[in-house]
Ligand binder design. Structure first.
Ligand code: ZN
Ligand code: ZN
Length: 512
């Protein structure tokens, strides 16, 4: 397999569907050196896979460096855990991802500790928190912020470039290039969660040399690989106007990061356009969200904070917000209403026909948000276990127009910018979305695709030969690989080649 004198690469993913993003690209140099690069290290949030968060299915000691595409929890949230478990190498991300990651990881450590203390009251044998503030601090010390479009070489023969991406402030696509003497090479572009435009920054275009790179392998997300984009609707604005005209209070459940800023920007624009009265109070109740807003105010050149905004600082203010009869708009997290302060507002508002509840994020199964959307009018809902069940009498609406991901047609448009794509590896999506999108890329662009799931990994030689290996299921369920820790080490999964497919590249590419 492959030539002794040429580079070859292996790539594998460790996340099953959308959350828990983690991939490892290994560059094998002809002189037997290896460079192992982890791209993202996220927490798994799908309930059925949550146990994966305490499992490390790779050898931490073999990883040379970590690169982060953006600061969503499902892309960075497991980092402090691998640091706790022994990783002490460098972590690279854009300058703004470094800033936002701090807030997200610290908030996660706080929640871990709070939930641990609560659970311990009921069960003395509860598992220790996944990580604490101390582990987050150690992790932050390993992070290096990098500017967009500035290639750097963290490892001899390897060049990495962060490219701008509109998914989130700080979001990047990451170009990884390798070179060994006169050997031909591949270029890997990890798109990360992808969006071409942003409400908060002007996107720096992808440089032309990147678009014309030869032997380019693109690893692309496909969250909405089965959905085409549609005309923007004014559903959000229309519902706010209608509720305000009826003197109804509106509660908006939002993700605490950029989604909150996007919602405030919409309200700000409604005020500017006289669609929303400046006198109507806008109340924000999320500690993480408020910290993110402060950071966004520093990082974006665009105005987005509406007039008459109040930030909730304590329980008294919160109780007043709920009891005051004056119409208002309240925004809190979490977006799915299963965590954070959202359940408090749902508990107080769901049974009141003068309230409107807007859900602005994807709603996973078994979450409170999903339950109240799907419940029939009058159905009693258990918001908190052990407290009264609340009948659904408020107007409850899911708003689908907010999305920070590219839809299928936009994902294809992204690929169309590149003139020499050798393969597209598709990951980050439901199995159906990934499969449907793969078909679409093959048919429309005539490019070879593979789905980068957890069942296989791939070897690609610099001559363009692609080998596919099946992974055996992991045997152990360990949590710690620190050399100094006595806990059981995880087994490295054996691999079986299942097929060999060849696709020869043009061989004289140049790294730029
Ligand atoms: Zn994301
Ligand atoms: Zn993601």
């Amino acid at each position: 397999m492959g030539s002794k004198n040429n580079l070859y690469y292996t790539i594998e993913a460790f996340h099953k569907e959308v959350t828990g993003s983690c991939m490892i690209l290994t560059i094998h140099f002809p002189n037997n050196r290896e460079c192992k690069i982890m791209v993202d290290c996220g927490l798994t949030q799908e309930i059925e896979y949550e146990d994966d968060n305490r499992v490390i299915p790779y050898n931490i000691n073999s990883i040379d460096l970590v690169c982060l595409t953006h600061s969503h929890l499902d892309h960075i949230g497991k980092l402090p855990f691998i640091v706790k478990s022994g990783y002490n190498g460098p972590i690279y991300c854009s300058n703004n991802t470094k800033l936002t990651s701090k807030l997200i990881m610290e908030d996660c450590a706080k929640i871990n500790e709070q939930e641990y203390l609560k659970a311990k009251l009921i069960d003395k044998n509860v598992l220790e928190p996944l990580y604490t503030f101390g582990h987050v601090e150690t992790t932050l010390n390993l992070i290096n912020g990098i500017s967009y479009n500035q290639p750097f070489s963290p490892f001899e023969g390897v060049t990495i470039t962060f490219l701008d991406n509109g998914h989130l402030i700080g979001a990047s696509s990451i170009l990884i290039q390798a070179k060994y003497k006169n050997s031909s090479s591949l270029q890997f572009l990890f798109t990360g969660d992808l969006k071409a435009t942003s409400e908060f920054k002007d996107i720096i275009p992808i440089p032309d040399y990147v678009k014309s790179l030869k032997n380019l392998v693109i690893v692309q997300e496909a969250t909405y690989g089965a959905n085409d984009s549609c005309e923007e609707t004014s559903e959000f604005e229309d519902t706010i106007i209608e509720s305000m005209n009826k003197n109804n209070t509106v509660f908006i459940a939002s993700i605490a990061q950029e989604r909150l800023a996007v919602i405030l920007k919409k309200l700000y624009e409604m005020q500017l356009n006289n669609l929303l009265d400046d006198d109507i109070p806008i109340i924000v109740d999320t500690t993480l969200g408020i910290n993110c807003l402060k950071l966004y105010e520093r990082l974006t050149p665009f105005a987005f904070i509406p007039k008459n905004i109040t930030f909730i600082a304590n329980n008294e203010m919160r109780e007043l917000a709920v009891r005051s009869p004056k119409k208002k708009i309240i925004i809190a997290s979490s977006g799915m209403c299963d965590k954070g302060i959202s359940p408090f507002y749902i508990y107080n508002f769901l049974g009141d026909p003068t309230k409107t509840i807007l859900l602005t994020s994807y709603l996973a199964e078994h979450t409170l948000g999903r339950e109240i959307v799907e419940a029939y009018y009058g159905k009693k809902i258990s918001v908190y276990r052990g407290k009264d069940n609340i009948p659904k009498l408020a107007q409850v609406k899911q708003i689908n127009s907010f999305s920070s991901h590219s839809k299928r047609d936009e994902l294809i448009e992204f690929l169309e910018q590149f003139s020499n794509i050798s393969y597209v590896f598709i990951n980050h999506g439901s199995n159906e979305a990934k499969e449907e999108y793969a078909k679409c890329v093959e048919e429309l662009l005539n490019v070879n695709t593979r789905i980068l799931g957890t069942d296989k990994y791939y070897k690609i030689t610099s001559k363009g030969e692609l080998y596919e290996f099946e992974k055996e299921p992991q045997e152990t369920n360990t949590t710690c690989q620190n050399k100094h820790c006595s806990k059981k080490k995880s087994a490295v999964s054996r691999t079986i080649p299942v097929s060999i497919r060849k696709n020869v590249f043009c061989s004289n590419s140049v790294i730029k």
